[in-house]
Write a protein that binds this ligand. Structure first.
Ligand SMILES: NC(=O)C1=CN([C@@H]2O[C@H](COP(=O)(O)OP(=O)(O)OC[C@H]3O[C@@H](n4cnc5c(N)ncnc54)[C@H](OP(=O)(O)O)[C@@H]3O)[C@@H](O)[C@H]2O)C=CC1
Ligand SMILES: Cc1cn([C@H]2C[C@H](O)[C@@H](COP(=O)(O)OP(=O)(O)O[C@H]3O[C@@H](C)C(=O)[C@@H](O)[C@H]3O)O2)c(=O)[nH]c1=O
Length: 277
């Protein structure tokens, strides 16, 4: 049995849909990962063979203002899951982020590149990666720029803003790979099916700026919106973001035979499925 922690989140919902009967999902109403007793109670009752942690505090600017909570959920919470999953002999899958990097490398990041987070969110997720090591049987999957059904994300924000705006300003100096949760869930399954351990990068292929991503969303959705360019500095959000955080996913392809599709194709598929719902 696979236990998906954070099953009501954006990735959690996708994992539940992919695994169906083979998974049991729990979220904040049944488990609080910041509370060791709660984690102990749920894991020792369900006794899964794999725990996938898709629970996190993902509001990047919110984390910047609430560092203690960010470290509790994204850092200590993972330590609790790692310690108890080890105790019951289960594998821990920890989902992590490109924001553990500072974005200064200039070429796609490899799994063993040095982490140097710029934001509290990035620091707390790096703490989570380190805490995953309390269970030697762990898999850390770093991904980025996620969108998918049932979650707050950039695609949904753009489509919402387009309802009453003809012009939207979007930063053009941050580069990364928009990634569909549908493809990330398949990558996680491929890694588990092959018994992979350690750190892996998993994102849709190719890269673009948020500005270019917004333009492609409106083009595919056939919406007449002008996307203006601005810099990250001009936008002035509370949390700093890496300017170049593309992840090299070669290790995933080599070890599993699974290569996520180009981001443009994933986006087209997501928008089609969204229309059908
Ligand atoms: N979104 C993105 O762009 C990216 C996400 N990631 C990582 O991927 C993973 C999944 O992200 P995503 O699907 O966007 O996350 P979401 O924010 O959509 O979902 C997270 C879920 O975890 C729940 N949760 C929060 N705190 C706790 C807690 N203390 N105990 C139990 N559950 C809790 C949330 O509940 P509630 O909503 O009620 O707070 C929510 O249901 C995370 O690890 C994230 O860091 C990595 C790269 C990019
Ligand atoms: C809504 C909006 C955003 N932006 C910018 C802000 C930001 O730099 C970028 C993306 O904004 P968002 O708030 O959607 O994204 P952000 O919270 O930075 O997304 C991150 O989330 C965490 C959880 C991760 O792990 C990362 O991989 C990444 O996906 O676009 C604009 O320039 N104009 C806009 O109208």
């Amino acid at each position: 049995m696979i236990l998906v922690v954070g099953s009501k989140g954006m990735l959690g919902q996708e994992l539940m849909a992919l695994y169906g009967d083979r998974a049991r999902g729990v979220d904040i109403d049944e488990i609080d990962i910041t509370d060791l007793t709660s984690v102990q109670r749920v894991l020792t009752t369900i006794k899964p063979s794999v725990v996938i942690n898709a629970a996190a505090y993902t509001d990047v600017d919110g984390c910047q203002d609430n560092a203690e909570l960010a470290l509790q959920v994204n850092g200590e919470g993972v330590a609790h899951l790692a310690m108890i999953s080890k105790e019951i002999g289960a594998k821990l899958v920890q989902v992590s982020t490109d924001y553990i990097f500072d974005g200064k490398k200039g070429t796609p990041y490899l799994e063993d590149d040095l982490a140097s987070p710029l934001s509290v969110y990035g620091e707390s997720k790096l703490a989570g990666e380190m805490n995953a090591w309390f269970n030697p049987n762990h898999l850390i999957v770093r991904t980025q720029w996620l969108y998918g059904h049932g979650g707050k994300n950039f695609v949904e924000t753009m489509l919402r803003l387009a309802k009453d705006k003809k012009e939207i300003s979007v930063v053009d100096d941050q580069i990364g790979s928009p990634t569909w949760t549908g493809d990330l869930a398949l990558a996680i399954k491929a890694l588990l099916d092959k018994g992979c351990e350690g750190v892996y990068h998993a994102a849709n292929a190719g890269f673009v700026s948020w500005n270019g991503f917004a333009k492609e969303i409106f083009r595919l959705a056939d919406l007449d919106v002008t996307v203006l360019a601005m810099t990250t500095e001009e936008l002035g959000r509370p949390a700093p973001r890496p300017l170049y955080s593309t992840l090299d996913c070669g290790k995933l392809s080599r070890d599993t035979g699974f290569t996520p599709q180009p981001w443009q194709e994933a986006l087209r598929r997501y928008l089609e499925l969204r229309e059908e719902k």
